[in-house]
Each structure stands twice: as structure tokens, then as C-alpha cells.
Design a protein around this ligand. Structure first.
Ligand SMILES: [Fe+2]
Ligand SMILES: [Fe+2]
Length: 162
């Protein structure tokens, strides 16, 4: 994970250091190093997400990486915690323009991906789809295999059996 700088068509300079965001998220994560929702999960979601983004046209890999390191950072327990997506979106907002430098459209994708990842939906948006699928592909850590009908991207669907 390293600093990525991108100049968009409208000249907006984006510089977001994913590792710095991950470090910030880790510092305030309450469930400890052995959590099934902790940094080892974030890093696998990061790997899955980058892999999917490379194979998904129009997916925004910076947003996907930010989702990986933020989406579970405000979990309060290992089980039923339906509001942790909203709290993750709030976390992203807290560090916008401090550690996260995205224009409004891209930041909004990150907010939606974090906020709604707890709701079990699929999506036609390539970036949000890569986020949610990367998270679901790591269900294997708890002995579950992700089902195709709960995946959004063609790239992820090719990786599961049913
Ligand atoms: Fe989550
Ligand atoms: Fe997760």
C-alpha cells in the first residue's frame, strides 16, 4: 500500500496514502489484533479488491482500497452489529481532507460502499461492486463460501462455484 497521486480530467489533484488511512483505522479499532473483522481481514479485502478492480471496467481502485481499510474499523462486536457500516462512513468523513483526498463523486462512492455494505445488497456500480465482493470473497475465513447471487461483479462471480 502506498501513496497514489492521480490528476483527474478536471485537474483535481488526488493524493491519498492508503497506508496512513489503514494506520489511523487500526489505532481506533476496538476489537483487537485477533478479531475476525480486524486488519488481517482488511488486508485480504484489499488484495481481493485490487484484483477485482483490475478486471472490472471503470472500477475506482483508490476507493476500493479505502473501503478495505475502513469498512469494519468501527465494529463494536464480532457478531450482529448492523450499524457498523454507517459508523465506517462517519469515520471516512472524519478524515476527509486530512488523510483522504477525493473529489465529491469519488468520496460519495466510498461513503455508500461503507454505509451499505452491511445490508446484503448487490449493485450495478463497478466500484461499489468491487468493494462488496472483495468483502464477501473473504467469507471463506469463517468457513462460508460466497454465493454467486450475492456478488455484483463478473470478475468475482468467476471465482466462486455456485
Ligand atoms: Fe462489515
Ligand atoms: Fe468485512
Amino acid at each position: 500500500m502506498k501513496c497514489r497521486s492521480t490528476k483527474t480530467n478536471d485537474g483535481y489533484m488526488i493524493t491519498t496514502n492508503i497506508s496512513a488511512v489503514r494506520d489511523w483505522a487500526l489505532r481506533q479499532f476496538k476489537l483487537g489484533r485477533t478479531s475476525i473483522h480486524g486488519f488481517e481481514h482488511w488486508d485480504r479485502v484489499h488484495r481481493h479488491g485490487l484484483n477485482l478492480a483490475e478486471r472490472t471496467p471503470d472500477a475506482d481502485s483508490i476507493v476500493v482500497q479505502l473501503f478495505a481499510v475502513l469498512h469494519d474499523c468501527r465494529r463494536r462486536n464480532e457478531g450482529h452489529d448492523p450499524s457498523h457500516g454507517r459508523r465506517a462512513a462517519a469515520a471516512a468523513t472524519e478524515i476527509r481532507n486530512i488523510l483522504i483526498h477525493l473529489n465529491d463523486d469519488r468520496f460519495n462512492l466510498l461513503l455508500i460502499a461503507c454505509r451499505d455494505h452491511t445490508d446484503g445488497h448487490t449493485t450495478g456500480n463497478p466500484t461499489i461492486g468491487c468493494c462488496w465482493d472483495a468483502d464477501r470473497l473473504d467469507l471463506t475465513r469463517v468457513g462460508k463460501s460466497p454465493r454467486r447471487r450475492f456478488l455484483s461483479t463478473a470478475a468475482a462471480k468467476t471465482m466462486v462455484r455456485r
